[in-house]
Design a protein around this ligand. Structure first.
Ligand code: COA
Length: 255
């Protein structure tokens, strides 16, 4: 059994930790599956009232594992990556994240589905899907323009350049910025505060806040997922992934 995803439940708080530092916490199909399973347990288990997602003080996640994507591209909407994305989008209990260091691709887009996000001042968010010959996922093509406004969203999604913790705080992607050594502790403290509140009220309040666009989010995710899966097999992504593996600059001049 792999230790790439660690889960730990204490005082009503389940903590899911990305633990694949040697690959910068990039996420394989197995890791998506493990996180989706943990979230399914968290939904059912009355002993879990709040979930916290975290990485390491130096890196949250380098996004999808590129080698894994090349060798085992997601096959259909039941594949682990889409199962995970659906789980976070529909997760009924409070979902928190502690983010330090780079949060690339899904490392940033998954935060759109968290209720509270605490960032280390070293956090760097990026959604470089275009640079990889892909398109956005996790309903980010809907939620990022809503959160950032269209032009700043275009900067984030078309250029794919990183933005830092303070900018994320300004647009409302994160709740607070603290030193990296404090982000996990802060998320835990807030999670415990939430875990002491009536779960019925938390769940109903979250449902009411989200119900206006739950269906829209799902539809956008499905459409993005279909495009993303198709584009994984197309020349632009092949060139981008090949370049990453060979540690060279991609050449999109003919695409
Ligand atoms: N998939 C697979 N392997 C990855 C990876 C990913 N997404 N991100 C990093 N790695 C691997 C690197 O290839 C490297 O492997 P090596 O030791 O065999 O050379 C190792 O992890 C360390 O990464 P490195 O790039 O040297 O670390 P860094 O601290 O200089 O940079 C990042 C960290 C996250 C900024 C950088 O690794 C990066 O940009 N990764 C790719 C992100 C990406 O495009 N993700 C896909 C989003 S859809």
């Amino acid at each position: 059994m792999s230790n790439d995803i660690l889960t730990h439940t204490e005082a009503g708080v389940m903590t899911i930790t990305l633990n694949r530092l040697e690959r910068k916490n990039s996420i394989t199909a197995a890791m998506y599956g493990a996180m989706a399973d943990a979230l399914a347990t968290a939904v059912e288990d009355p002993g879990v009232r709040v979930v916290v997602l975290q990485g390491h003080e130096t890196i949250f996640s380098a996004g999808n594992d590129i080698g894994d994507f090349l060798n085992k591209p997601p096959a259909g909407m039941d594949s682990p990556v889409f199962r995970f994305l659906r789980s976070i989008a529909a997760f009924p209990k409070p979902l928190l994240a502690a983010v330090c260091g780079p949060a690339v691709g899904v490392g940033t887009t998954l935060l759109l589905h968290c209720d509270l996000v605490y960032a280390g001042d070293n956090a760097a968010f990026s959604m470089p899907f275009v640079n990889l010959g892909l398109c956005p996922e996790a309903a980010s093509s809907l939620l990022v323009p809503q959160m950032l406004g269209y032009h700043r969203a275009a900067e984030a999604l078309l250029l794919g350049e990183p933005f830092m913790a303070e900018a994320a705080l300004e647009v409302g992607l994160v709740n607070r910025v603290v030193p990296p050594t404090e982000a996990s502790g802060l998320a835990q403290a807030v999670a415990r505060k939430l875990a002491a509140k009536p779960l019925t009220s938390l769940v109903e309040t979250k449902r009411l806040m989200k119900k206006g666009q739950q269906q829209l989010v799902q539809q956008q995710m499905d459409e993005e997922g279909a495009s993303f899966s198709r584009m994984l097999g197309e020349p632009a992504a092949k060139e981008a992934f090949g370049a990453f593996m060979a540690k060279r600059k991609p050449d999109f001049s003919k695409l």
